[in-house]
Ligand binder design. Sequence first.
Ligand code: HEM
Length: 537
Amino acid sequence: MRGSRAVEQEAGVEKHGSESYFVVGEGLLAESAEGRDAAPQIAALAAPPPFRFSRMGPNGVNHQPGESIRKKVGREMAAGGGGAGQIPAGFTYLGQFIDHDLTFDKTNVMLGANVSPAQLLQGRSPSLDLDSLYGAGPQDPESAKFYESDGIHLKMGKTKAAGGFPAMDGFDLPRGAGNTTPQKRRAIIPDRRNDENLAVAQTHLAMIRFHNRVADSLPAAVPPAQRFTQARELVTKHYQWMIRTDYLRRICAEGVVNNVFSQGRKAFEVGVPATEIPTMPIEFAVAAFRLGHSMIRSAYNWNKAFDNGSGFLQYLFEFSAGGGNLGDATRLASDWIADFRRLYDFGEANKPNLEVPAAKFNRAMRIDTTLVNPLKNLPPETFGGPSVDFDDPRANLAFRNLTRARMVRLATGQQMATFLQGKGVSLTKLTKPQIRDGNNGADLSLLTQTQREAFLKDTPLWFYILREAEFNGGKLKGVGARIVAETFHRAIEGSQASIVRDPTFRPSFGPNNTTFRMVDLLLFAFEEKKALLAPLG
Ligand code: HEM
């Protein structure tokens, strides 16, 4: 998805967001300086287009806040605080995993010579097809390394004995290729952004386990040559079902999600043939789906060894190979293996034996205009550096998001609300006092009177959407819910295995043929065993 991505991968540097956005019909929107206040510019298109973005609504030219406003608002947003939310904390990192699936450029794990122009287009397009898990499949010479020698199962890794817990097979991402320590540490997975923090890494591992279990559950009569393909299709459709019925309804007003999935889209790629290759709206990538940043906690009751809030966010970076260096090792330390019971509520699936006391359970932060304080000083590895001084805005995730929006001249919240209303979406615009005062969210009183007026008139989309959620009990509504639900609908439709294209599909790995939640996915993946879901006890 980024022009310079291949080079970055070789250097072992993985970043989360795009440095430049190829917007269909507009060209490559890039920036001349590192997340700073560079004027937006259209860069020359030298190479084949990277990831395909599009613009859903109007262009926000002349509506962008200046650097001083972005610095002040960014500082306030990441000052910490913010309400506790209701959503189990695991969904934060499931969201990050989903984001990586959507924005993954599959051509990075395909052997160059094998990539046809059609595959290039498909590979650099968003779809919820788990290519971040499967790469280009076991038959592709570049992706074969992610698979066991049977070409059916995905590889898993072994942890390293630590804290009195033995080395355990199947609880880390696969690693160990190459000779140097950094090479050995590197995860052997298609999208190494999924090893940027421990929570997303363990989510990726759960998906590997889910695939492997589904492959094992196929009838013996299925011939070996078809087992991978059949398993992949089942896994992908179950994953989409879970996103549609469980994930989305937790982060978005349920009525909007139901409306989009039953009545179809009103604003984004309306009426295109289902098989046409989708694009990703920048309004989603640069604003709406960055909602996840406000869900991140600064500390977790991670597991038995790192209990009572001692699983600090910094450690989740440290004990990954992308955001840290696995605590200076080449494999995950056993005492950092996730306890999924603390991240997802198995009471929802009537499994009281897999519930932990409320005090041990982790809930995500409320979706609102505040971010936890450590996100003001991100480790340089997570945004691609450079290393900067403490409190430099370039390491502030809120400032980066606001600046990225300016770079692509993103429409404001008000522009998008008007645009969506024009498309027949019914929504109520936020009032100026609502944007100004919020509901226990970021404080705008640091802005001067003139700055505040400008901000209330032209509110950056990301901020606007988070304010909407703040007034809706921590769930997206209005503009935010519409953008998210329509983009997901299109990304599911655009996948070759698709529950939108195949409305007869029903899940078979949950309690009945309409229910398949993240807890059901985990129960299946980890064989309903406490010893696997929480091996530290
Ligand atoms: C500890 C966890 C996370 C960290 C450190 C992180 C960090 C980042 C950074 C540094 C960027 C690039 C910012 C820029 O534009 O310069 C980014 C982009 C983004 N993040 Fe996160 N993020 C995290 C979790 C999440 C979650 C939970 C979600 C969603 C549920 C999410 C969604 C996104 C999206 C959609 C983008 C834009 C991607 C693109 O345009 O390619 N992130 N994040």
